[in-house]
Design a protein. Structure first.
Length: 150
């Protein structure tokens, strides 16, 4: 991932661990059983993905809020308003069972990527931001798809 500073890249990749772990424990019964015994049932399969996904959408609202501080006037108001959408989406759309919640998280992360692109287009993000966000979003969507479509 050329041009992405090492710290954001490594931390971003580390942030994928709960999504990948959730997908692996969904696909592998033995790993799921071990995870339930060692970590508890909340930390395997779609459960870890759904809870963590909601946390990350909320976290990303804060990141966008930070980018909004780089502008002023009506554009700032627009950016602040847009920045709270991922957290609100996570709050209102992640109930109703694992398939529904997983599907809505997938929509939430796809929508977040669009917001990232808008903030990048407005030059509020670092130049490497979209390269990192596309990589991370692709992995998150693939991992969530395991619980939704398999």
């Amino acid at each position: 991932m050329n041009g992405i500073p090492k710290a954001p890249l490594l931390l971003g990749l580390a942030g994928l661990i709960p999504f990948i772990w959730g997908a692996l424990t969904y696909l592998n019964g033995d790993l799921n059983d071990w995870g339930k015994q060692a970590l508890g049932p909340r930390f395997v399969g779609p459960y870890v993905q759904l809870f963590y996904g909601s946390v990350i959408l909320s976290f990303m609202s804060g990141v966008l809020w930070g980018f909004a501080t780089k502008t002023s006037g009506s554009k700032a108001a627009t950016c602040y308003t847009l920045s709270v959408l991922p957290a609100l989406w996570a709050f209102f759309k992640t109930g109703g069972g694992p398939v529904s919640a997983g599907t809505n998280l997938m929509y939430g992360f796809a929508g977040l990527l669009l917001l990232d692109a808008m903030f990048s287009y407005w030059r509020l993000t670092p130049v490497w931001w979209m390269r990192l966000r596309m990589l991370l979003t692709a992995v998150v969507l693939a991992c969530l798809a395991v619980g939704v479509y398999l």
